[in-house]
Design a protein around this ligand. Structure first.
Ligand code: CTP
Ligand code: MG
Length: 185
Protein backbone atom coordinates (compact mmCIF):
# COMPACT_ATOMS: atom_id res chain seq x y z
CA UNK A 1 0.00 0.00 0.00
CA UNK A 2 1.18 3.45 -0.85
CA UNK A 3 1.81 5.41 2.32
CA UNK A 4 -0.21 8.58 2.20
CA UNK A 5 1.61 11.77 2.97
CA UNK A 6 -0.74 12.48 5.87
CA UNK A 7 0.75 9.73 7.91
CA UNK A 8 3.66 12.09 8.31
CA UNK A 9 2.65 15.56 9.45
CA UNK A 10 6.06 16.92 8.46
CA UNK A 11 5.37 16.16 4.82
CA UNK A 12 1.74 17.18 4.74
CA UNK A 13 1.20 19.08 1.52
CA UNK A 14 -1.60 20.93 -0.25
CA UNK A 15 -2.71 17.76 -1.99
CA UNK A 16 -3.16 16.00 1.32
CA UNK A 17 -5.15 18.89 2.71
CA UNK A 18 -7.40 18.70 -0.35
CA UNK A 19 -7.90 14.97 0.26
CA UNK A 20 -8.89 15.61 3.87
CA UNK A 21 -11.24 18.45 2.90
CA UNK A 22 -12.96 16.37 0.21
CA UNK A 23 -13.18 13.42 2.57
CA UNK A 24 -14.98 15.37 5.31
CA UNK A 25 -17.04 17.68 3.07
CA UNK A 26 -20.18 15.47 3.01
CA UNK A 27 -20.35 15.83 6.80
CA UNK A 28 -20.10 19.62 6.62
CA UNK A 29 -22.70 19.82 3.86
CA UNK A 30 -25.06 17.55 5.80
CA UNK A 31 -24.60 19.69 8.89
CA UNK A 32 -25.26 22.98 7.10
CA UNK A 33 -28.15 21.99 4.85
CA UNK A 34 -30.98 21.70 7.43
CA UNK A 35 -30.55 25.37 8.29
CA UNK A 36 -31.82 26.13 4.78
CA UNK A 37 -34.16 23.18 4.14
CA UNK A 38 -35.39 22.35 7.65
CA UNK A 39 -37.39 24.19 10.28
CA UNK A 40 -40.77 23.07 8.93
CA UNK A 41 -43.07 20.11 9.24
CA UNK A 42 -43.12 17.48 11.96
CA UNK A 43 -40.44 17.50 14.62
CA UNK A 44 -38.01 14.61 14.87
CA UNK A 45 -39.46 13.78 18.30
CA UNK A 46 -43.05 14.49 17.12
CA UNK A 47 -43.41 16.86 20.04
CA UNK A 48 -42.80 14.17 22.62
CA UNK A 49 -40.91 14.57 25.86
CA UNK A 50 -39.20 12.32 28.35
CA UNK A 51 -39.76 11.68 32.04
CA UNK A 52 -37.70 14.74 32.92
CA UNK A 53 -40.44 16.90 31.44
CA UNK A 54 -38.29 18.08 28.59
CA UNK A 55 -38.54 17.32 24.88
CA UNK A 56 -36.55 14.45 23.40
CA UNK A 57 -34.83 16.64 20.79
CA UNK A 58 -36.84 19.86 20.78
CA UNK A 59 -38.25 22.10 18.05
CA UNK A 60 -34.84 22.64 16.41
CA UNK A 61 -34.78 19.10 14.98
CA UNK A 62 -37.28 18.30 12.22
CA UNK A 63 -37.83 15.24 10.05
CA UNK A 64 -37.38 17.30 6.88
CA UNK A 65 -34.14 18.76 8.22
CA UNK A 66 -32.81 15.32 9.10
CA UNK A 67 -33.63 13.79 5.71
CA UNK A 68 -32.42 16.88 3.84
CA UNK A 69 -29.10 16.70 5.69
CA UNK A 70 -28.54 13.00 4.93
CA UNK A 71 -29.57 13.54 1.30
CA UNK A 72 -27.35 16.59 0.84
CA UNK A 73 -24.37 14.71 2.27
CA UNK A 74 -24.97 11.88 -0.17
CA UNK A 75 -25.32 14.23 -3.16
CA UNK A 76 -22.12 15.95 -2.09
CA UNK A 77 -20.30 12.59 -2.00
CA UNK A 78 -21.63 11.65 -5.45
CA UNK A 79 -20.51 14.95 -6.97
CA UNK A 80 -17.03 14.68 -5.42
CA UNK A 81 -16.68 11.09 -6.65
CA UNK A 82 -17.53 12.19 -10.19
CA UNK A 83 -14.52 14.47 -10.29
CA UNK A 84 -12.06 13.26 -7.72
CA UNK A 85 -10.78 9.97 -6.39
CA UNK A 86 -9.76 10.23 -2.75
CA UNK A 87 -6.76 7.95 -2.13
CA UNK A 88 -7.35 4.77 -0.15
CA UNK A 89 -10.82 3.87 -1.41
CA UNK A 90 -11.38 0.60 -3.30
CA UNK A 91 -13.47 2.46 -5.87
CA UNK A 92 -16.05 5.13 -6.58
CA UNK A 93 -18.88 3.25 -4.87
CA UNK A 94 -16.84 2.77 -1.70
CA UNK A 95 -16.03 6.48 -1.64
CA UNK A 96 -19.68 7.46 -2.12
CA UNK A 97 -20.88 5.06 0.56
CA UNK A 98 -18.36 6.41 3.03
CA UNK A 99 -19.58 9.96 2.26
CA UNK A 100 -23.14 8.84 2.82
CA UNK A 101 -22.19 7.39 6.20
CA UNK A 102 -20.50 10.68 7.10
CA UNK A 103 -23.73 12.55 6.31
CA UNK A 104 -25.90 10.04 8.13
CA UNK A 105 -23.61 10.06 11.15
CA UNK A 106 -23.62 13.85 11.06
CA UNK A 107 -27.40 14.04 11.33
CA UNK A 108 -27.54 11.40 14.06
CA UNK A 109 -24.79 13.20 15.96
CA UNK A 110 -26.60 16.51 15.53
CA UNK A 111 -29.78 14.99 17.01
CA UNK A 112 -27.81 13.29 19.77
CA UNK A 113 -26.23 16.63 20.66
CA UNK A 114 -29.72 18.13 20.98
CA UNK A 115 -30.81 15.15 23.08
CA UNK A 116 -28.01 15.85 25.54
CA UNK A 117 -28.70 19.59 25.51
CA UNK A 118 -32.35 18.94 26.44
CA UNK A 119 -31.32 16.59 29.25
CA UNK A 120 -29.10 19.36 30.58
CA UNK A 121 -32.02 21.78 30.36
CA UNK A 122 -30.56 23.94 27.61
CA UNK A 123 -33.02 25.56 25.24
CA UNK A 124 -32.96 24.95 21.46
CA UNK A 125 -30.90 27.63 19.82
CA UNK A 126 -28.70 28.08 22.88
CA UNK A 127 -24.99 27.78 22.35
CA UNK A 128 -23.15 24.70 23.48
CA UNK A 129 -19.84 23.05 22.69
CA UNK A 130 -21.70 19.95 21.42
CA UNK A 131 -23.18 22.03 18.55
CA UNK A 132 -19.73 22.20 17.03
CA UNK A 133 -18.29 18.79 17.79
CA UNK A 134 -20.90 16.08 18.34
CA UNK A 135 -21.85 15.82 14.67
CA UNK A 136 -18.21 15.36 13.67
CA UNK A 137 -17.58 12.75 16.36
CA UNK A 138 -20.53 10.58 15.36
CA UNK A 139 -19.84 11.08 11.64
CA UNK A 140 -16.26 9.89 12.08
CA UNK A 141 -17.39 6.86 14.09
CA UNK A 142 -19.99 5.88 11.48
CA UNK A 143 -17.59 6.32 8.56
CA UNK A 144 -14.72 4.53 10.26
CA UNK A 145 -15.37 0.99 8.93
CA UNK A 146 -15.58 2.33 5.36
CA UNK A 147 -12.92 5.04 5.38
CA UNK A 148 -9.28 4.87 4.30
CA UNK A 149 -6.94 4.20 7.21
CA UNK A 150 -4.79 7.23 6.56
CA UNK A 151 -7.55 9.57 7.75
CA UNK A 152 -7.75 8.01 11.18
CA UNK A 153 -4.44 9.16 12.55
CA UNK A 154 -4.36 11.24 15.76
CA UNK A 155 -2.86 14.20 13.93
CA UNK A 156 -5.65 14.40 11.36
CA UNK A 157 -8.51 13.59 13.74
CA UNK A 158 -7.47 16.19 16.31
CA UNK A 159 -6.84 18.66 13.49
CA UNK A 160 -10.34 18.03 12.13
CA UNK A 161 -11.93 18.74 15.50
CA UNK A 162 -10.01 21.99 15.93
CA UNK A 163 -10.65 23.23 12.39
CA UNK A 164 -14.31 22.17 12.53
CA UNK A 165 -14.85 24.02 15.79
CA UNK A 166 -13.78 27.34 14.30
CA UNK A 167 -15.33 26.68 10.90
CA UNK A 168 -18.68 25.95 12.55
CA UNK A 169 -18.54 29.16 14.56
CA UNK A 170 -17.56 31.17 11.49
CA UNK A 171 -20.24 29.63 9.27
CA UNK A 172 -22.95 30.28 11.86
CA UNK A 173 -21.98 33.94 12.06
CA UNK A 174 -22.21 34.02 8.27
CA UNK A 175 -25.60 32.26 8.29
CA UNK A 176 -26.81 34.84 10.80
CA UNK A 177 -25.62 37.74 8.64
CA UNK A 178 -27.37 36.16 5.65
CA UNK A 179 -30.51 35.98 7.84
CA UNK A 180 -30.61 32.17 7.56
CA UNK A 181 -30.25 31.84 11.33
CA UNK A 182 -31.73 33.98 14.07
CA UNK A 183 -28.67 33.70 16.28
CA UNK A 184 -24.99 33.87 15.28
CA UNK A 185 -24.23 30.35 16.63
N1 CTP B 1 -32.88 21.94 11.55
C1 CTP B 1 -33.92 21.09 11.23
N2 CTP B 1 -33.80 19.73 11.40
C2 CTP B 1 -32.65 19.19 11.89
C3 CTP B 1 -31.58 20.04 12.23
C4 CTP B 1 -31.71 21.42 12.07
O1 CTP B 1 -34.96 21.55 10.77
N3 CTP B 1 -32.58 17.85 12.02
C5 CTP B 1 -33.03 23.40 11.36
C6 CTP B 1 -33.94 24.01 12.43
O2 CTP B 1 -34.68 25.05 11.83
C7 CTP B 1 -32.92 24.55 13.42
C8 CTP B 1 -31.82 25.06 12.51
O3 CTP B 1 -31.79 24.09 11.45
O4 CTP B 1 -33.44 25.56 14.24
C9 CTP B 1 -30.48 25.18 13.19
O5 CTP B 1 -30.03 23.92 13.63
P1 CTP B 1 -29.32 23.72 15.02
O6 CTP B 1 -28.47 24.88 15.38
O7 CTP B 1 -28.68 22.37 14.98
O8 CTP B 1 -30.58 23.62 16.02
P2 CTP B 1 -31.03 24.55 17.23
O9 CTP B 1 -32.28 25.25 16.81
O10 CTP B 1 -29.89 25.35 17.73
O11 CTP B 1 -31.48 23.49 18.34
P3 CTP B 1 -30.55 22.63 19.33
O12 CTP B 1 -30.32 23.45 20.55
O13 CTP B 1 -31.39 21.44 19.60
O14 CTP B 1 -29.29 22.28 18.60
MG1 MG C 1 -28.01 25.75 17.30
Amino acid sequence: MKIHACMRPDVMDANTLLDILLFILPAYVANAFPVIAGGRGPKLDFGRGLGDGRRVFGDGKTVVGFIAGVFAGWVCAVVIAMYYQIPGFAGTDAQIFCGFMLGFGTMLGDAFGSFIKRRLGREPGSQFILDQLMFLAVALVFAYPFAPQWVYTPFIIVGLFIVTYFLHIGSNILANRLKLKKVPW
